[in-house]
Structures are given as C-alpha cells and as structure tokens.
Design a protein around this ligand. Structure first.
Ligand code: 5RP
Length: 236
C-alpha cells in the first residue's frame, strides 16, 4: 500500500537520526513501528542506545526485536523522541492520541531535547480540526464531559473495539474524543482543557514546535519540515 510505504520511509529516516549512546523516546502507532524496525536493524549493526517506550504496544514490539529499554525514571532527559501524529498544522502544532498513548507521549515529548514527528502527507492540514483525545481519570469522567461541553463541541467516551465498555489506557485512564471543529487557537484550547480538574492530558501538542522536526513520507520518499521552514498554508 502506498500509505504504508510513506509511513515506512518516514519512520526509517527518523531512526537514522538516532546517535550512538543516546536515550530515545519511542512513541506509539503504525508509523513509529517502522522506526522501531529500523532501529532494531541498526542495533544488530552495533548501534548502542536505550529506548523509553510510551505504550505496551511499543514496549512489546521493541523488546521482541531486541531493542534495549528503560523507564523514564531511569533516563529523565532524552536526546530525541520519535513519534507519530494524527494531524499537523503549518505552525507544527499537533493532534495526537488515536492510539490512546497521548499522556505518556506528551511527557516524553517534554523530556526530549528534540522531537521527530513521522507522518504521511494526508496528516498535514491547514487548521487542526479532528476530534481531540482527552485522557481523564475515570472518577472525573462525567464532570470533565460537562466542562468540555462548556468549552464547546461534543464528544464521547472512547469504546473498545474488541472489548466491551470504555478503552482503558496504559495509565488507567478513559479517553474522551472531543470534536471542537476547526481550532483557531490550539495553544489556548490546550491550556483550557488541561486546566479542568480530572484531565490527565489532552491530545493537543501546541508547545513543542521549536524543537520539532516533521518527516513527511510520500510516494517519492520524504521531505523534512522544520520550524520556520513550512511552506505557505496553501501549499502545505
Ligand atoms: C498514539 C498516537 C499516534 O502516534 C498517532 O495516532 C499516529 O498513529 P499512526 O502512525 O498509526 O497513524 O498519538 O497515541
């Protein structure tokens, strides 16, 4: 599939940015999977690094491929994190959390000197607008729903695909997928959502642009977008 090839190209390029001896955050999802596979090849060729996984899925994949892992408590400062995204806008603000790993992904992004985001072209949007995943403490779920409704839009508790009832995240939370429509002020909305008591984290990542590199896979390879180098909104 062309889409898979794009994700693969982006993931592999990100893995080639990892330097010997580093502690690296490992995000979650189908694009990061290709980075993990490439990192495993590099480990077999002698690369030495330790990965800090953001989910059971990533930990299991990495462990199976022989990648050394540690916890964030072992390595609280990371040289780089490789992660995916659901939407990216021209100011390099993100919506993340389709895989419900948003809280750990946000922590690891904050702990990293550099953040390498791997996506394919359809993830690039002029304005963030997809539903925003919001991880909440189960205790506060209905309360947070009311507060989110006061901010605008509508949403639902994410249900399991092959499990009855709500998705329970790797950190024990529920996820509310909240549609705000086009988001004019991602940073302001992120602050407002995360100020609600009971919210653990939102899938809006508006504060990491300065240390971010976005690798965009496409049919012919990859292009790399850095802060300040984004094309005009119309060409994005
Ligand atoms: C998981 C995430 C993922 O990184 C994001 O959803 C992108 O996933 P994929 O590469 O499979 O499209 O945020 O919580």
């Amino acid at each position: 599939m062309a889409d898979e090839a794009s994700k693969r190209a982006a993931g592999r390029m990100a893995a080639d940015m990892v330097e010997d001896g580093a502690a690296i955050g490992l995000g979650t999802g189908s694009t990061v999977r290709f980075a993990i596979e490439r990192l495993a090849e590099r480990v077999a060729d002698g690369l030495s690094f330790v990965g800090i996984p953001t989910s059971h899925q990533t930990a299991m994949r990495a462990r199976r491929l022989g990648i050394p892992l540690a916890s964030l408590n072992d390595a609280p400062r990371l040289a780089l994190t490789i992660d995916g995204a659901d939407q990216v806008d021209p100011a390099l603000r993100l919506i993340k959390g389709r895989g419900a790993a948003l809280t750990r992904e946000k922590i690891v992004a904050a702990a990293s000197d550099r953040l390498v985001i791997v996506v394919d072209e359809p993830k690039l949007v002029g304005c963030l607008s997809s539903p925003v995943p919001v991880e909440v403490l189960p205790y506060a779920c209905a309360f947070v729903e009311r507060r989110l409704a006061a901010l605008g839009g509508t949403g639902t508790v994410r249900e399991g695909a092959r499990k009855d009832g709500p998705v329970v995240t790797d950190s024990g939370g529920f996820v509310l997928d909240w549609s705000f429509g086009p988001i004019a002020d991602p940073s302001g909305l992120e602050s407002a959502v995360e100020a609600i008591p009971g919210v653990v984290a939102s899938g809006l990542f508006a504060g990491f642009s300065e240390k971010m590199v976005v690798i965009v896979g496409n049919g012919s390879g990859c292009r790399v977008v850095r802060p300040g180098s984004t094309p005009p909104r119309s060409a994005w």
